[in-house]
Design a binder for this molecule. Structure first.
Ligand SMILES: [Zn+2]
Length: 321
């Protein structure tokens, strides 16, 4: 399993279909793009841009601010995604510069090896065990269905075509229904960890009500949350990053947790109404934690060959570009 893990702020933009690092490509800068870029930066909380960078996923138990309740406490280990969904083995992570300097996307070479899955000390014990107990099993059930769905798709074949692709999918059965309200709460709680000092739980009080009080409230209007069926082969666990698209002249701050069988993107701010990949989950938190149903829908099937959040292109599509 390959993983992109960034803890610093990186900014980049898309030029036609290619992503480029702004600081490495001043040739495409002009006044208009500069303005777009500055507008995007202005939308970030000042403590996110000005902070002393904290680790996105601290690897040691420290006293710090819990990323859900906001209390200062001893922080405990949170697996992202949950350990029970398969995130427990060795992972290899690469810095953004390693990704960008690498010319052969099918062979990334040596990275930093971590045992025991992807995790960070981000939550206090109470928040960690409360969310785990209430929402953890639901996430595991959805992951199981996601894995089965991926197994039913000829991935090698579609990876050799341009895409994008969608797949009809069902979560739960009449006898064993699912609870989208619990699923989305688990995803939001992992996004709280990833948001770091952007601190979505502190910025939007509704998030704490949704996660800790189990209240039925839609995701705050500023946020968008999307879900894709994700085939990998790499994983991306990415805190808030600014994407500037010079083709559409738009910008977007986005976080992503892409780890098979799912990729979730949360858009934090954007210049126009966000365009999301996959199933939109914004209103799932209107459902109670326990509100069983059979969920049927169509979901985008995506791959992870590049370091860029929400880039689900096939290997063929990337090579073609
Ligand atoms: Zn807490």
């Amino acid at each position: 399993m390959l993983l992109l893990q960034t803890q610093n702020l990186y900014t980049y933009r898309m030029n036609s279909d290619r992503w480029k690092i702004v600081t490495k490509d001043p040739s495409i800068m002009n006044d208009e793009i500069d303005r777009l870029f500055n507008d995007g930066l202005a939308a970030a909380p000042s403590n996110y841009l000005n902070e002393d960078v904290i680790a996105m996923l601290p690897k040691k138990a420290v006293t710090g601010i819990c990323r859900i309740c906001g209390n200062t406490n001893v922080l405990t280990k949170e697996h992202i995604p949950l350990r029970s969904s398969g995130n427990k083995d060795r992972s290899t992570s690469y810095s953004l510069s390693q990704w960008l300097e690498n010319k052969n996307i099918e062979n990334m070479g040596k990275g930093k090896v971590t045992q025991g899955g992807i995790y960070g000390f981000t939550l206090c014990r109470d928040c960690n065990s409360a969310t785990g107990a209430k929402y953890g099993n639901e996430y595991k059930d959805w992951s199981h269905s996601g894995v089965l769905a991926l197994q039913s798709i000829p991935l090698d074949e579609i990876n050799g075509r341009v895409g994008p692709f969608a797949q009809k999918i069902q979560f739960g059965t009449k006898n064993k229904p699912v609870n989208p309200g619990a699923m989305v709460r688990q995803v939001i709680s992992m996004m709280c960890s990833l948001s770091g000092t952007w601190d979505i739980a502190g910025m939007y009080p509704d998030i704490r009500k949704i996660l800790l009080g189990g209240e039925s409230i839609a995701l705050p209007a500023e946020l968008d949350l999307g879900m894709v069926l994700y085939a990998g082969p790499r994983s991306r666990i990415v805190g808030p990053q600014l994407k500037v698209d010079v083709k559409t002249m738009t910008w977007q701050w986005v976080m992503e947790m892409a780890y098979p069988p799912f990729a979730f993107q949360m858009v934090l701010a954007s210049s126009t109404k966000a365009t999301l990949n996959g199933i939109v989950m914004n209103e799932w938190s209107l459902k109670k934690t326990k509100e069983p149903m059979v969920f049927m829908g169509e979901i985008e099937v995506g791959f992870g060959w590049s370091p860029y959040p929400a880039d689900y292109r096939t290997l063929y599509a990337i090579n073609k570009d």
